[in-house]
Design a protein around this ligand. Structure first.
Ligand SMILES: CC(C)(COP(=O)(O)OP(=O)(O)OC[C@H]1O[C@@H](n2cnc3c(N)ncnc32)[C@H](O)[C@@H]1OP(=O)(O)O)[C@@H](O)C(=O)NCCC(=O)NCCS
Length: 140
């Protein structure tokens, strides 16, 4: 598996992965804005995109993972773990944040497994569920 920055030909596959999480209407604009800022990583396996991770580095002066998505067939194979490892290497800040809906048990378990700690939550979002925040200190 290779983790690399998104390339033009990856966009349809990444929009499909993002659609699974944020819906088809938001996925296109979301992916385009992260491509423009070079903040979108993809995981490639045997010539196919099997996962993606979008992040920003201007979130309260910290790095924030805005979205991670792995194709169903490639889950539990360490794809998300590899994507997070890469953003940890790229992060200009030693403070890495990530989040997930309170109903997403797999993602909550993943954050714990990857060494994140709970760091508050956001209510009153249009999604209707509480968004849980997670934090990981990358270096002193
Ligand atoms: C959550 C998600 C990104 C995890 O991706 P993944 O590539 O399967 O995760 P990994 O294989 O790297 O898992 C790393 C660790 O997280 C934990 N984990 C991941 N998925 C889990 C699950 N379904 N149940 C329990 N633990 C899980 C495990 O401890 C795992 O390590 P292990 O397999 O050695 O036990 C994936 O399930 C997904 O794309 N879900 C739909 C989109 C989504 O919910 N995104 C998150 C919110 S933006």
């Amino acid at each position: 598996m290779e983790i690399r920055s998104i390339e033009r030909g990856d966009v349809p596959a990444v929009v499909a992965l993002a659609s699974d999480v944020i819906g088809p209407e938001r996925a296109g604009p979301f992916v385009r804005s992260h491509v423009e800022r070079h903040h979108l990583l993809v995981a490639e396996e045997a010539g196919a995109v099997v996962g993606c991770l979008a992040y920003r580095t201007d979130w309260f002066q910290c790095t924030f993972v805005a979205l991670v998505s792995v194709t169903e067939r490639s889950r539990r194979l360490g794809v998300a773990r590899a994507l997070y490892r890469c953003v940890e290497d790229f992060s200009p800040s030693p403070r890495l944040y990530s989040s997930t809906e309170e109903t997403n048990a797999a993602s909550i378990r993943m954050h714990a497994a990857l060494g994140f700690s709970p760091s508050g939550y956001i209510d009153n979002l249009p999604q209707g569920y509480r968004e849980l925040l997670f934090y990981k200190r990358l270096r002193p």
